[in-house]
Write a protein that binds this ligand. Sequence first.
Ligand code: AMP
Ligand code: MG
Length: 297
Amino acid sequence: MNAEPITLSTYAMATRFELVMYGDDPIRLRAAGEEALQEIELLDKQLSLYRPESDISWINAHAAEGPVRVEPQLFSLLRLAYNISVSTEGAFDITITPLLRAWGLAGGAGRVPAESELAQALDVSGMHRVILDDAGFTVQYEKPGVEIDLGAIGKGYAIERAVEILVEHGVASALLHGGTSTVYGIGAMPDGKPWKIAIRHPVDELLKETVDLYNSSLAVSAVHGKFFEADGRKYGHIIDPRTGKPAGDTSLTAVWGPSPACCDALSTAILVLGKDWLPEMRKKFTGYEGLVVRQPG
Ligand code: AMP
Ligand code: MG
């Protein structure tokens, strides 16, 4: 095997995706890697809430008028998001967009909304307001104002699709990450050992947790990833759908297991649900493990 890795990167989903591959044939590796990164760029265009021409923007604009037919793979992603929402007691919820907007967290600088605004946003959020038809591949919203955002699962899903491409092309040893928040290790490192990933503690640099990846994924969600301050308080970018307010008690979560899309969604859900939900996660999602770091104080 070539000792020198092939390294590629791209900017998508407001973050940097990086890919490191080992193997004997650098030309084939590079071609596979470029195709995988192109797929991530395409998914960004399809899934972004912030691109007016994306499928998600189209769905958000039209699904309250009647059923909107979506491309089968996107439909499967919406179905997955729906099912994870049900399995996480609503903690993972792609309908939080009106709440994100109320909190100024959808591309804004952040602000505390009035109670009435919050009530209005809650009135148009909740996964039960999204009707999926598995036979017709359609999505429909219960009423105007409902909007979905795949921000908590999109990066993981993009990595999942990229990994499929790499594996199809015979890539057997690679590490791929999106903004360091979702990582996937294909096979093992060139020395045969699993990919070792360190999770940096949000407060104490010395408290480092490491996770081994071998054909598996790790996703991290953190309040310090994106937050704003008001009235001497920090408000994070992850909303507790039950209250409509930014989740407060937990500062960092990590979930590892087979599917990067599931790890991504679950790390967000655990940030809402807290440490006590970990045993429930292990029961419902076989093969997944997680850790929770509480907010200091
Ligand atoms: P992540 O960094 O994967 O935890 O995703 C956080 C992003 O997902 C936020 O910036 C929002 O766009 C969106 N989001 C916030 N709260 C939730 C939630 N409870 N369920 C699903 N997505 C959320
Ligand atoms: Mg996530």
